[in-house]
Design a protein around this ligand. Structure first.
Ligand SMILES: Nc1ncnc2c1ncn2[C@@H]1O[C@H](COP(=O)(O)OP(=O)(O)O)[C@@H](O)[C@H]1O
Ligand SMILES: [Mg+2]
Length: 196
């Protein structure tokens, strides 16, 4: 059996990492082999994108998105495709929809963003964990990454609007992420169980 490629997307603080870990745990408990992974990756190119986000060197919105795509190409080839081929369920915390949403909100041409992601496989199941910008800000305020780009409320609203459009275009399942962790988690488990 080929594995399924599951992607979680949303604003910072939506609970992506929390929910990806819970979903991976749930799938393992149900007897599936699982790869839990994320973008940007912990590899060299992922590290470069994260350094750019922290403002450690100056980069343009376009070159930043190309870095995310280079990281993605490597991630797919080295980790995701081999895991799927071995029948694993791949749970990925952020993927190409982050490039589309954050890139668009930083005024990069949407068609170009679509174009540079064209060769990357789409997930079997994409989930958009939707939180409002206030929830996002409260949850990230005590996190280290709070100084990264994109975290101002206005920007978060723009990213959220972009995600809402992208969710329709790519048929991502929208989950209300403003609720407590367990409620969101069982909502996600139900969606996955129905889809696999
Ligand atoms: N549904 C939730 N309700 C309350 N707090 C949450 C919820 N989901 C996550 N958190 C908390 O918010 C913070 C950010 O969560 P995290 O999963 O790292 O978000 P993300 O990966 O989307 O940025 C963490 O402190 C986490 O414990
Ligand atoms: Mg996270």
């Amino acid at each position: 059996m080929k594995g399924k490629f599951i992607v979680l997307e949303g604003l910072d603080g939506a609970g992506l990492s929390t929910q990806a870990a819970l979903l991976a745990h749930h799938l393992k408990d149900s007897g599936f082999p699982v790869l839990l992974t994320k973008e940007p990756t912990n590899g060299l190119i992922g590290g470069l994108s994260k350094a750019a986000l922290r403002g450690e060197f100056s980069t343009s919105p376009k070159s930043l998105q190309l870095l995310f795509c280079a990281d993605r190409a490597h991630h797919l080839e080295k980790d995701i495709e081999p895991a799927l081929a071995r029948g694993k369920m791949v749970v990925c915390d952020r993927y190409l929809f982050s490039t589309l949403a954050y890139g668009y909100a930083s005024k990069v041409n949407y068609k170009w963003l679509r174009y540079i992601n064209l060769s990357f496989r789409l997930p079997d199941i994409g989930i958009f964990i939707d939180v409002n910008s206030s929830t996002s800000i409260v949850r990230i305020s005590d996190q280290e990454e709070s100084l990264e780009l994109f975290e101002e409320k206005e920007k978060l609203n723009q990213v959220r609007q972009a995600y809402l459009h992208i969710s329709k275009e790519f048929h991502l399942k929208k989950v209300d992420g403003n609720r407590d962790i367990d409620t969101v988690s069982s909502n996600i488990n139900k969606i996955i169980e129905k889809a696999i």
